[in-house]
Design a protein around this ligand. Structure first.
Ligand code: FMN
Length: 210
């Protein structure tokens, strides 16, 4: 077995003060997201891991791009017929996570996903470059295809058509958060963790042991 036991990094960049507990999780997310945007070492700050569970309780993670967020939640776009789409239709409980190594920070967001209104999916779909629109239409995401050419031929054929319409199987999901966890790496593995849980219409928070 490959031995990585000497891989070790000390986290010393920042700290999470208890004062953070007076803020809302959305304010903290916003601050941390801005820090990530302004960090040249982070190439895609809006790339996040999305976890879903299948009907047979098998979890799967994959990266998707966060496209919008506010106090209602976090929006990403995908194919509704993909594996993740099937999972969410059966079980809307999902988990999002961001890891920004240069900031020594992780954010975990658990919540419930639902499709956004079709008008909002239209607005985003038609704002994308035409090639991306075509790509979304030709890809039966997560299905098995015979080879690369199959996809490219479909793309070229569709490119010749004059009318492009957002397919019903492609659109956005809004993840309504019910729990946030903010993690800041610290020295000696004594990391800072603060969680916010939405209970009885209020955000409660706790400091967690690392
Ligand atoms: C950086 C990055 C960004 C991605 N963004 C998206 C996205 O916004 N939406 C999406 O459906 N897939 C995105 N993908 C592809 C997914 O990770 C995944 O391969 C795809 O959605 C199929 O997942 P599924 O079969 O589990 O449903 C992205 C992948 C990477 C590495």
């Amino acid at each position: 077995m490959n031995d990585l036991s000497s891989f070790r990094k000390s986290y010393e960049k920042s700290t999470l003060s208890d004062l953070l507990k007076n803020e809302t999780p959305f304010t903290i997310f916003n601050e941390w997201f801005n820090d990530a945007i302004n960090d040249d070492l982070i190439v895609e700050p809006n790339a996040m891991t999305l976890s879903t569970a299948s009907q047979t309780n098998k979890p799967r993670n994959r990266v998707v791009l966060l496209k919008k967020f506010d106090e209602d939640g976090f929006v990403f776009f995908s194919n509704y017929n993909s594996s993740k789409g099937e999972d969410i239709a059966f079980n809307p409980n999902v988990c999002l996570s961001f890891f920004w190594p240069s900031q020594e920070r992780q954010i975990i967001i658990q919540g419930s996903a639902k499709k956004i209104p079709s008008k909002e999916s239209d607005d985003y779909f038609y704002s994308r470059p035409i090639e991306s629109q075509l790509g979304a239409i030709v890809s039966n995401q997560s299905s098995v295809i015979p080879n690369r050419e199959f996809l490219e031929e479909k793309f070229i054929k569709l490119k010749k058509s004059t009318k492009i319409k957002r397919p019903d199987f492609w659109g956005g999901y809004l993840v309504n958060p019910l729990r946030f966890e903010f993690w800041q790496g610290r020295k000696n593995r004594l990391h800072d963790r603060i969680e916010f849980i939405f209970e009885n219409s209020l955000w409660k928070n706790n400091r967690l042991s690392p």
